[in-house]
Ligand binder design. Structure first.
Ligand code: NAD
Ligand code: DAU
Length: 374
């Protein structure tokens, strides 16, 4: 099996590539533009493996794609390359269109041209697996049932709109041209190697630095958390045994408000860093101005994935968070380096303290006068 993984140097892509090389005899070529979010060191353990190759390039580059498909002749494509951060999509949506929409379209075109050159049985075996998000379904109210494969599309952020558009293109290439596609929509991932602009690594980094931990609004939004290795396992199950043309929702039934989640992280840090001058870390939590159009709640019903493919998460959220905090503690230098690479204040990505906001945890009496850096 020859697998083409786009975005394989990203947070989820690198977890998938590590898993493939560890658990199968497949060869893997990664196509990645190496944007700010990429971390090739997450693939260091695979670098010496002759079955692995990295091609640096843009998924929207049609010429490069044609060459890559002709030379490598993949049996399957796992498409993860994307601009993935909602806040960035609000501040600058265009890159989301170029990569998430145009990039997916170009990849579909290249995959279709390649697929048409195949003869049976390779043609029936070929798969184009598009990795998407639950954000395409919009936001739930607290009493709503979780998203299912049949939930209507209702994207709210530029990021979600770009992923929704990509999903529609992928489905169109299945219905119109017969390309054997699979789509999966997953909830919020967490784990090692996540770029510290996303909530969990950002909160850990801020806590270790003794800096305010910014929570948008009142921290009441709900996310459904999925350990990245469990997502990688689900992707391989879907790629291997999913029914062509089908959508699978991936989630671990682990909903928490952002405030609950960050308090849990702080409690784990209190325990794992007993000599920290910043204990209790929860007193660093600050409410800041909300994200525009902030989706209230995401939640996934993974029944289809469980029933059809027998997938189950390997750990509880508490176990996963503990392992994740331990990983970031063991990689403090990496975290500091990434934080330096991502200077939110320099990039103008700063939210003011919420009007009338008091600290989220009692006892500090401190507020951020001019806004808290993301
Ligand atoms: P990430 O931002 O960590 O990594 C994205 C990777 O794609 C990076 O290595 C980057 O260099 C690469 N990339 C970006 N633009 C590219 C381009 N034009 N050409 C080639 N490569 C490019 O993202 P992630 O969190 O690992 O997410 C991976 C995929 O999973 C995305 O499609 C995302 O929408 C989806 N997803 C993410 C989550 C999550 O919680 N992180 C949840 C559900 C779905
Ligand atoms: O649901 C899946 C999606 O999860 C993926 O498709 C996206 O690629 C991924 O980035 C993630 O999107 P979110 O916007 O939910 O993730 P983020 O880590 O940015 O934020 C998680 C929650 O925490 C969200 O409600 C916003 C809030 N938040 C985030 C940051 C960065 C804060 O309160 N403070 C912050 O500083």
């Amino acid at each position: 099996m020859r697998l083409l993984v786009t975005g394989g140097c990203g947070f989820i892509g690198s977890a998938v590539v590590r898993r493939v090389l560890r658990t199968t005899d497949w060869t893997v070529v990664v196509l990645d533009k190496l944007t700010y979010a990429a971390e090739p060191r997450a693939l260091e353990e695979t670098a010496a493996d002759p079955r692995y190759r990295l091609v640096v390039g843009d998924v929207a580059d049609a010429e490069l794609l044609a060459r890559l498909f002709a030379e490598y002749r993949p049996d399957a494509v796992l498409h993860l390359a994307a601009e993935s951060h909602v806040d960035r999509s609000i501040d600058g949506p265009e890159a989301f269109l170029s990569t998430n929409v145009v990039g997916t379209f170009r990849l579909l075109e290249a995959a279709l041209a390649h697929w048409r050159t195949l003869s049976e049985p390779d043609r029936s075996r070929f798969r184009f697996h598009h990795v998407s998000t639950d954000e395409v379904f919009g936001a739930l109210d607290p009493e709503d049932a979780p998203f299912r494969e049949t939930s209507p599309y209702d994207p709210r952020s530029p990021y979600a709109a770009s992923k929704a558009a990509a999903d529609h293109f992928v489905r169109a290439w299945f219905h119109t041209y017969g390309l054997p596609v699979l789509i999966s929509n997953a909830s919020n991932n967490y784990g090692p190697w996540q770029f510290p602009e996303k909530l969990i690594p950002l909160a850990i980094a801020k806590a270790l630095e003794g800096q305010p931990i910014p929570l948008y609004g009142r921290g009441e939004q709900v996310r459904d958390w999925l350990f990245v290795d469990d997502h990688a396992a689900a992707l391989l199950a879907i790629l291997g045994r999913g029914r062509v043309g089908r959508t699978y929702l991936v989630g671990a039934r682990a909903e928490r408000t952002n405030l609950e989640l960050v308090r849990t992280l702080c409690a784990i840090l209190d325990e794992l860093v007993p000599n920290s001058p910043h204990r209790p870390h929860a007193r660093l939590i600050r409410f800041v101005a909300d994200r525009p159009g902030h989706d209230r709640r995401y939640a996934i019903d993974p029944t289809r994935l469980e029933a059809e493919l027998g997938w189950r998460p390997s750990r509880s959220l508490e176990e996963g968070l503990r392992a994740t905090v331990a990983w970031y503690l063991a990689h403090r230098d990496w975290l500091a380096e990434m934080r330096a690479r991502y200077d939110g204040r320099r990039l103008g990505l700063v939210r003011p303290a919420a009007a009338g906001a008091e600290p989220a945890a009692a006892g500090t009496g401190r507020t951020e006068p001019e806004g808290t850096e993301r």
